[in-house]
Ligand binder design. Structure first.
Ligand SMILES: NC(=O)c1ccc[n+]([C@@H]2O[C@H](COP(=O)([O-])OP(=O)(O)OC[C@H]3O[C@@H](n4cnc5c(N)ncnc54)[C@H](OP(=O)(O)O)[C@@H]3O)[C@@H](O)[C@H]2O)c1
Length: 282
C-alpha cells in the first residue's frame, strides 16, 4: 500500500449490531448501522463473483437485483438478495460494481425525482459506499461530495482483473478516500483481492489510475491483434510467437493473458465487453 492522509469530511461512527429499527425518546424510528453487513449492487460478471467471495469468507451480504428471476441463482451461491434497494439502507457498507457513470448515479441519487430509492438519501450516516466500478473522475467527485454532505463515507476502489481473477480473489484494488473510511474497508479488500494500493484521500485519484490502466490495456490489445495477424499471414505459429514475446520482452499480465487468447482465437464468453472498454475514451 502506498500513501495515506486524513479527510475531515468523514466521521468515525459507533456502529450498532441491531438490524431491527429501534425507537427514540419521542417514539420516532431510529435507524442504526448493521455492523459488518455488506450491501452489494451490480451483480454482473464481476460483482457476482465478488459477492460470493465475501459470503464464502463469512461476511453477511445483502445483494440488490433488478431481475427477480436471478434470485435463485444467487441463493445457490449463498447470497441473500432482494429486489428492493431499501433493504440495503441499514448496511454498514454498500459495494457498487456497476457498468458506468449513469448507473452509479442512478443508484446513488435514485430513479425518481425524490431520490428516495437512492443510496444517498437512504444510507445511515456513517455508512460507507465502496464504489468499485470503473467510472469517470467527474462522477466520482460528484458522488463523493453527495455522500459527504450526508455524513456518509465514499471510498473509490476500482479494480484491475477480469471475472476469472475476481472468482479467484486475485483482483488488484486501487483505493482512495478518507483514511478513516478506507481503514474500515481494508478487511473487505483483503478478502476480494490479492493486493490493495492506497493512493490518497481524493477518491477520483483511484479512478484516474484505473482509467489510465484501461487505456494501456486497450492499446496493448490493439497492438497484439495487429502483430499476431501479421505472424499468421506469414504462416508462422502465433502461439509460438506469443510464447517468445512473453518469455522475453513482454512478460506482463495483459500480454500473457490476452496474447494467449488472441493466438488461440478464443473469443467466446468475453469477460470484458466493448462498451465497458469504450467508456475509457468518453
Ligand atoms: N469485466 C471485467 O473484466 C472488468 C474488469 C475490471 C473492472 N470492471 C468494471 O467493473 C464494473 C462491472 O463490470 P461487469 O463486467 O461485472 O459488468 P456487467 O456484467 O455488465 O454487470 C453489471 C451489473 O450491473 C447491473 N446494473 C446495471 N445498471 C444498473 C442500475 N442502473 N441499477 C442497478 N443495477 C444495475 C446489471 O444488472 P442487470 O442484470 O439488471 O442489467 C449487472 O448485473 C464495470 O464498471 C467495469 O468496467 C470489469
Amino acid at each position: 500500500m502506498t500513501g495515506d492522509s486524513t479527510d475531515a469530511r468523514s466521521i468515525p461512527v459507533a456502529v450498532d449490531s441491531a438490524r431491527s429499527p429501534s425507537r427514540g425518546a419521542n417514539g420516532q424510528r431510529v435507524r442504526t448501522l448493521s455492523k459488518g453487513v455488506v450491501g452489494f449492487v451490480g451483480l454482473g460478471r464481476m460483482g457476482t463473483a465478488m459477492a460470493a467471495n465475501l459470503v464464502a469468507a463469512g461476511r453477511s451480504v445483502v445483494a440488490h437485483m433488478r431481475h427477480p428471476e436471478r434470485l435463485s441463482e444467487l441463493k445457490a451461491l449463498g447470497i441473500t438478495s432482494t429486489t428492493n434497494i431499501a433493504d440495503l439502507f441499514d448496511c454498514e457498507f454498500v459495494v457498487s460494481m456497476l457498468p458506468n457513470d449513469d448507473s452509479v448515479r442512478e443508484v446513488v441519487f435514485g430513479r425518481n425525482q425524490s431520490g428516495l430509492d437512492g443510496l444517498a438519501l437512504g444510507l445511515v450516516p456513517g455508512a460507507i459506499h465502496i464504489s468499485m466500478s470503473t467510472i469517470s473522475t467527474r462522477a466520482t467527485s460528484q458522488l463523493a461530495a453527495e455522500h459527504a454532505r450526508r455524513s456518509q463515507g465514499y471510498v473509490a476502489a476500482p479494480v484491475f482483473g477480469n471475472p476469472d481473477a475476481a472468482r479467484a480473489c486475485e483482483i488488484y484494488i486501487i483505493t482512495a478516500g478518507a483514511s478513516v473510511d478506507v481503514e474500515r474497508c481494508l478487511p473487505l479488500f483483503d478478502i476480494l483481492g490479492q493486493q490493495t494500493f492506497l493512493v490518497g484521500s481524493e477518491p477520483s485519484a483511484a479512478n484516474l489510475i484505473k482509467l489510465a490502466g484501461n487505456m494501456m490495456t486497450a492499446t496493448t490489445l490493439e497492438v497484439l491483434g495487429e502483430v499476431i495477424a501479421l505472424i499468421r499471414k506469414h504462416g508462422l505459429n502465433p502461439e509460438t510467437f506469443v510464447d517468445i514475446l512473453t518469455a522475453t520482452m513482454f512478460g506482463g499480465r495483459v500480454h500473457r493473458i490476452y496474447g494467449g487468447k488472441i493466438a488461440a482465437q478464443t473469443y467466446a464468453a468475453p469477460g470484458f465487453v466493448l462498451p465497458l472498454a469504450l467508456k475509457t475514451y468518453a
